[in-house]
Design a protein. Structure first.
Lengths: 404, 384
């Protein structure tokens, strides 16, 4: 598997910050693209200073989550408040195929790095802008956090215990999703450029990206005028029962069980030893109509079992059952171990750390994963190598905090 | 409709329910010719609804409508030698195959990458399953709910302590996995000359969330320090206010972390004295005193509507947003003005509003234009 990665030869200037934009860079980089995150010590990206830190040492090059989330990106530092830095950014873009950014609308243009300005130096550039709510429209300047963006899509309104209020998702679920979608968008535009010679400016509203997940409930609104409420762990279209998360033995241990066919129901009943009450639930319509009572019965049964053991036992009977994993389980789970989902790597600074590896498995080309970049690690390679800058000028720009 | 960016790309989709069909839809909406292969009884999404007036009808499923726009549809019984041969014939002339069958079933049918790519070395095959093609759970039965909870997502980030971890009210793992699959599939397609040919991509929807969402922000810390966090039921337990709160007509996502945001919220709320107290002076201290603080904010939100709260807070630099219902999101003027909603004529459903594509490509817009196919609609055309 020593063959070239498919995106070898594609170069990306990544002005993305925090999570979604860097995630786009990561996906392209895992697949072979040369990606440089453009950032600055003048305004350290908040993602670099989120704990925990390697060996507890607070430093923008030692944030463990940053090393996972930004893996694959390179880094150059440019203090874009300075005109010379903006000029260097344009010189970099002139040698790139793709520009990625996730600032608010207009922020890049204010730095002389808007699409029209970049087209002057790179006529066929593919530029991906991924602001919260798109480049235009009445909400274009809306302020949100990654974790609250979902509130603008309807998704939060259906997330929660059935019949109760919405329960917040406690992190930015939107960011990695939109980061991956951003990579797809860039690749679709590169494919178009291959045939037409034309670049373009992609307007990717993160609101619209996440709202794709609301499609099933959106269709019920369109067809029936119904706005779904919180659903718990029910099947989103209410067609399977039982369908939920049930308690198991131990501290905060659970099992997820979804029964969608008659055969699966029979397998479950058999695994339970054919209790009398189950015969009353043979009909799926009855199970759906009495799902709460059914779930109570099932929970009484699952509560005594180890989650992993019970999942294996149910799977042996053809029932879709999985343990509900916690963070610690992810590292010890035999399936993720076998797939190399998480890998230990040695950081250039000398410490070992665990990040996630190639999150899709490829048969031809092996993805080499290295931790997210140290700030400015690629400065010399880019400014001296790619842009051909003389040593003396490089040193003076570093001293003047332009390359900074 | 302008020519889509993926014009000339041929995709075969052997997919049911959500994951593979959504991945196929992303290719179809941007102009690829996607031929969806269904079993004689049709994609199971045809039986899942939602149906107009809840009356089941195989051509009226809203889920099927949403996930299969712009595709052509054929039926094949791949369990028969003729059906299997016909599938091999289709894939032999395709650029991409997207599928979400159980790995064991594909093996039993002798439908592996080697077989599919014989005579078509540029083929990109994208397999999207809950657990993937390898590993001890590869043979397990699973749906979106199983994959989602195997990712750690619910246990870590969604639900109240002591109560069950929660899925998000949709097919979260399926959509996450399908989006990853589209990106990686598109890369393998775009760069197949560079890479020296096509390849097989193995996507586990559970693994995608476990890695890029849960793993990203938790696994390094756990591996180093041996401690891990779990759901709290509060948006952000370490900073406040940062959670969903009830208001007069629903809920708002209340966020006022930085000093400027907190001061903005104070102005909107009429500068109540309590907001000046020492115990509420930074986001971390406020989080420690959140049991005292949240009820005070709720007293105020209870008297105001979600849109009013959002507009006034946003006007003061405070990033509070309304928690829109599905109906409110579906009617939102911003999304309407941006053209996010499109209308598609369907022979059975009539003219139906649909979500547009996830991103806008001005040179090559794409988007849903042709309705999802009726069962076997293009059999003659494709196999003619």
């Amino acid at each position: 598997m020593a063959k070239a990665l498919p995106l070898q030869g594609v170069r990306v200037a990544n002005f993305g910050w925090v999570w979604a934009g860097p995630m786009t860079g990561q996906t392209l980089a895992f697949l072979g693209a040369e990606v440089y995150k453009v950032e600055s010590r003048a305004r350290i990206d908040i993602n670099r200073i989120l704990p925990p830190f390697a060996e507890g040492e607070r430093d923008p090059d030692r944030s463990l989550q940053n090393h996972a989330g930004w893996a694959g990106n390179g880094s150059v530092t440019l203090n874009l408040k300075k005109p010379e830095a903006r000029e260097l950014a344009r010189e970099l873009v002139a040698r790139c195929d793709v520009v990625v950014e996730n600032f608010g609308p207009g922020a890049m243009a204010a730095l002389d790095l808007g699409y029209e300005q970049l087209r002057e130096v790179k006529p066929d550039v593919v530029m991906l802008s991924m602001p919260a709510a798109g480049l235009d429209g009445p909400l274009k300047d809306v302020r949100t956090y990654g974790m609250s963006l979902t509130s603008l899509t309807g998704l939060d309104s259906i997330t929660g215990y059935r019949g109760g209020g919405p329960v917040p998702v406690e992190n930015a679920f939107s960011d990695p999703l939109n980061g991956m979608m951003g990579a797809f968008a860039v690749l679709v535009a590169l494919q178009y450029r291959k045939g037409s010679g034309k670049g373009q400016h992609i307007d990717f509203s993160q609101q619209e990206g996440v709202m794709q997940m609301v499609g099933p409930a959106f269709m019920d609104y369109v067809l029936n005028g119904r706005a779904a409420g919180t659903m718990g762990n029910a099947h989103p279209l209410g067609v399977g029962a039982p369908h939920g998360v049930f308690p198991c033995a131990g501290d905060d241990r659970w099992i997820a069980i979804a029964v969608m066919t008659d055969d699966e129901w029979k397998g479950l009943v058999e695994a339970m030893g054919g209790p009398d009450w189950a015969s009353g639930y043979a009909d799926v319509e009855w199970r759906l109509a009495n799902i709460d009572a059914l779930h109570e019965r099932l929970a009484e049964w699952t509560a005594g079992f180890d989650d992993y053991e019970l999942a294996k036992r149910l799977q042996a009977n053809g029932v879709a059952a999985t343990p509900v994993l916690n963070v610690a389980d992810l590292l010890s789970d035999p399936h993720y171990k076998a797939r190399g989902t998480f890998i230990e790597v040695t950081h250039p600074l000398g410490f070992k750390e665990t990040i996630y590896g190639s999150y899709v498995k490829t048969s031809r080309t092996e993805v080499a994963v290295r931790p997210g970049p140290m700030i400015g690690q690629d400065n010399e390679r880019v400014f001296k190598g790619l842009l051909g800058m003389e040593d003396e000028r490089y040193r003076s720009l570093v001293k003047a905090e332009v390359i900074f | 409709v302008t020519e889509g960016a993926l014009e000339g790309i041929r995709v075969i989709e052997l997919g049911q329910a959500v994951s593979a069909p959504y991945c196929g839809k992303l290719f179809a909406d941007y102009g690829a010719d996607v031929i969806k292969v269904e079993p004689p009884e049709g994609d199971i999404a045809r039986r899942w609804g939602p149906f107009p007036n809840d009356e089941p009808h195989p051509e009226k499923s809203g889920l099927y409508f949403y996930l299969n726009t712009n595709k052509r549809g054929v039926t094949l019984d791949i369990d028969t030698p003729n059906g299997r041969d016909a599938l091999l014939g289709l894939v032999g002339k395709a650029d991409v195959l997207i599928e979400n069958e159980r790995p064991s079933r594909m093996r039993e049918l002798g439908l592996d990458y080697e077989t599919f790519s014989k005579g078509n070395p540029g083929l990109v095959m994208v397999s999207i399953t809950p657990f993937g093609q390898t590993g001890p759970y590869a043979g397990w039965n699973g749906y979106d709910l199983n994959a989602y909870h195997l990712s750690g997502c619910g246990h870590r980030y969604c639900g109240r302590p002591g109560e069950a971890p929660l899925e998000h009210g949709t097919f979260a793992a399926d959509f996450y996995g399908a989006t990853a699959a589209a990106a990686w599939g598109m890369a393998a397609l775009f760069g197949r000359e560079v890479a020296g040919g096509g390849q097989h991509l193995d996507v586990s929807t559970a693994e995608v969330i476990a890695a890029v969402f849960i793993g990203a922000q938790n696994i390094g810390g756990y591996a180093q320090d041996g401690v891990f966090e779990r759901r709290t039921g509060i948006g952000m337990p370490l900073g406040a206010p940062a959670t969903i709160l009830p208001c007069k007509d629903g809920h708002v996502w209340m966020l006022a972390l930085e000093p400027g945001q907190w001061n903005g919220l104070a102005r909107v709320m009429g500068d109540p004295d309590w907001m000046q107290l020492e115990m509420f002076q930074d986001m971390f201290v406020r989080a420690q005193n959140s049991e005292a603080m949240y009820p005070l904010i709720e007293q105020w939100t209870a008297e105001h509507g979600k849109q009013e709260i959002m507009d006034r807070c946003q006007g003061e630099g405070c990033p509070v947003t309304a928690v829109y219902t599905v109906a409110e999101a579906a009617e939102h003027p911003h999304l309407k003005q941006r053209g996010y909603f499109v209308e598609v004529d369907h022979p059975e459903l009539g003219r139906v509003r649909d979500l547009g594509p996830p991103f806008k490509l001005p040179q090559s817009p794409g988007g849903p234009a042709r309705p999802a196919p009726s069962l076997g609609q293009h059999n003659d055309e494709v196999f003619g």
